[in-house]
Write a protein that binds this ligand. Structure first.
Ligand code: BTN
Length: 242
């Protein structure tokens, strides 16, 4: 896949910019939008995404799929696998928190926001990922959830663009495989890094409703099954684990 990079020193959000410009992106390429600083970085469920200037990856991978592409939900999961593999190359042991958060030492090191824009008979996928690369303790303490960075976990500083290139290369390869073979080649990669085991109690926020139960299984399509206190099994394709 050919790649075009657009870099901003400062932007509100690479995802917001990608969504606004989706109509002008070349259909046969991936447009990679990066920024040194985001002033209005966004996370899932309208949460803000905070990143210290110049020290983190803030990127949106923008590309097109056919309007009938049936497995859009697997795209961010495949990116989370690529991110985990990238961090493993630095000696870390990341875990994947469903649907697509990446944790190291039980703390969030990376998050993914997948948005879509219909463009004629295609869908532009605007797939944003933030990676805490060189963020230090002081900044991490200002984040309202338990967070960590590559620097804190390894004791080393990284060249942000080098980490991005490794992640991008791995993701682009995986994306080709997803397009050709579907999600099944990724299932073992996803399952082996899953952050919880069957029987662990979790709460899932799905829209307005919060459901508690025991994690039961990962389904072949990447969704998960929760066993409710009544004993019945409920399947989730999206949501947020609290
Ligand atoms: C989450 O964990 O809630 C998702 C975080 C996604 C953050 C990235 S940073 C690059 C892109 N631009 C944004 O505004 N958000 C995503």
């Amino acid at each position: 896949m050919k790649i075009e990079r657009i870099h901003f020193e400062k932007i509100d959000s690479t995802n917001t910019w990608g969504k606004h410009h989706a109509h002008s992106f070349p259909r046969d390429k991936m447009t990679v939008v990066t920024a040194d600083v985001q002033t209005e970085g966004r996370g899932r469920f309208q949460r803000p995404w905070k990143a210290s200037p110049m020290e983190n990856i803030t990127v949106s991978f923008c590309f097109f799929v056919d309007e009938n592409f049936g497995i859009i939900g697997n795209i961010p999961q495949v990116l989370s696998i690529a991110a985990a593999q990238t961090f493993e190359a630095f000696g870390l042991s990341p875990k994947l928190k469903w649907p697509n958060d990446i944790l190291v030492s039980d703390k969030k090191i990376s998050g993914i926001l997948c948005e879509t824009v219909p463009v004629e008979n295609h869908i532009c996928i605007v797939l944003g990922i933030g990676v805490n690369v060189n963020m230090d303790f002081d900044f991490l303490e200002n984040i309202d959830q338990r967070a960590t960075s590559l620097r804190v976990e390894t004791g080393q500083c990284f060249v942000v663009n080098d980490v991005l290139m490794q992640l991008q290369n791995c993701f682009v390869q995986h994306l080709q495989t997803l397009f050709q073979e579907g999600f099944s080649p990724f299932l073992p990669l996803y399952k082996s890094r899953f952050w919880i085991s069957p029987g662990n109690e979790i709460s899932i926020l799905d829209g307005q409703s919060k459901l508690e139960g025991a994690f039961h299984s990962i389904v072949d399509d990447g969704s998960i099954n929760l066993q409710l206190p009544s004993g019945s099994i409920k399947n989730f394709h999206s949501g947020s684990v609290l």
